[in-house]
Design a protein around this ligand. Structure first.
Ligand SMILES: [Zn+2]
Length: 365
């Protein structure tokens, strides 16, 4: 639990330290999801007493996809497999890339050596494994390539070699912040369903390696724990897990697509600089993929903080100014507070436009 808190803090710190404009965006809408049921065909995945990992992964994947089809008709659902079929790990990522997917979710079940009491769900994003346990999960899942005929796609990667995983620490995804965001939502939903929350973790997974979109790998539970297997093998258990995934995805989609919005009233006590209607200059000093209150302690000292959503990320601004010169004065103040990349933005009739466009539009008035 303490570890989790430290991790969370780390994530937050990471998000705040991200340079402006570093958020990779796929587009303004979440239109395509690739759902990847782990293993399949000759690759059974982990074995339980009642069933196989590949069967549980597929059952939950199909249910999850159906919830999306029923409730979010604007989303295209693509499965890497919709039956008991072997699919190479590299092909799974390629399917997502070819289809320009906005989100990739790989579904698995865990299993432990020696003990049969481990329980709960955890979600991984691509990253350096911080402990042996996470490394072991990645090794187990990556071992699927040992069943592939042609492994050229993995640059001679040996899934059993600990050294090979160092490679992964060098290939951090552009989409890591967004992947962490989705992973966090998934874990929260699992916890809501009463599942033991093992948290958001990082490790090097070949299936996530080459995806060029936010991507996560979910471990639903432990198939070698009799109680967990019974739950995951039941209609009720599969429905709960699929629903949790659906709710997390829906929440992410909603958050991502929140319309470009400028809050009506600044929430600080100070009056904003006078501007004419919805056309003004402002100073943007921070971009986050998560909405935080404008009174967040991290913004201490910044005046007239407001937030608007643009291209899927939350952008934090200071002040509304009728002239560019006033905005420049504020920019200097904000930069002194440590936001060295703070820059001037402009709105005309509530629409975010370039400063140049604003200068032209406001001159005419
Ligand atoms: Zn697996």
């Amino acid at each position: 639990m303490i570890q989790r808190k430290i991790f969370r803090f780390g994530v937050l710190a990471l998000i705040f330290l991200m340079p402006l404009g570093s958020f990779a965006q796929k587009g303004e809408k979440i239109q395509t999801i690739v759902i990847d049921a782990g293993h399949g065909g000759k690759d059974t995945g982990a074995l339980g007493k009642l069933t196989t990992e590949k069967a549980l992964n597929l059952a939950v994947a199909l249910k999850f996809g159906n919830y999306i089809k029923e409730n979010l008709p604007d989303v295209k659902v693509i499965y890497t497999r919709d039956k008991d079929k072997f699919v190479e790990l590299s092909e799974r990522a390629a399917i997502a890339n070819r289809n320009n997917a906005d989100v990739f979710i790989s579904i698995h079940c865990n299993s432990t050596e020696g003990t049969t009491t481990a329980n709960g769900a955890e979600t991984f994003v691509m990253g350096e494994s911080k402990n042996e346990k996470n490394l072991a999960v990645a090794k187990k899942e990556n071992a699927a390539i040992l069943l592939e005929d042609n492994t050229d796609a993995y640059d001679n990667f040996d899934p059993n070699s600990t050294e090979a995983y160092i490679l992964f620490s060098l290939s951090q995804s552009l989409y890591q912040a967004q992947s962490l965001n989705i992973a966090d939502k998934v874990q929260k939903q699992f916890a809501k369903k009463g599942r033991h929350d093992r948290g958001v973790q990082q490790a090097g997974f070949l299936v996530l390696w080459k995806t060029s979109m936010p991507s996560i790998l979910v471990e639903l539970g432990f198939i070698n724990n009799a109680k967990e297997e019974e739950f995951l093998n039941s209609e009720r258990g599969q429905t709960q897990m699929a629903l949790a995934l659906y709710r997390a995805f829906e929440e992410y989609k909603h958050e991502f697509e929140s319309e470009n919005h400028v809050s009506d009233k600044p929430k600080t006590s100070e009056k904003p600089a006078v501007v004419s209607g919805n056309s003004y200059y402002s100073v943007q000093f921070s971009t986050l993929n998560k909405k935080v209150p404008v009174t967040d302690p991290a913004f201490k000292g910044v005046k007239d903080v407001e937030v608007y959503n643009y291209k899927g990320a939350y952008r934090y601004t200071s002040g509304r100014f009728a002239s560019k010169a006033e905005a420049e004065a504020r920019q200097a103040q904000v930069r002194k507070l440590g936001y060295k990349d703070a820059f001037i933005i402009a709105f005309v009739n509530g629409e975010r436009v370039s400063v140049k466009q604003a200068e032209e539009a406001l001159k005419k008035k």
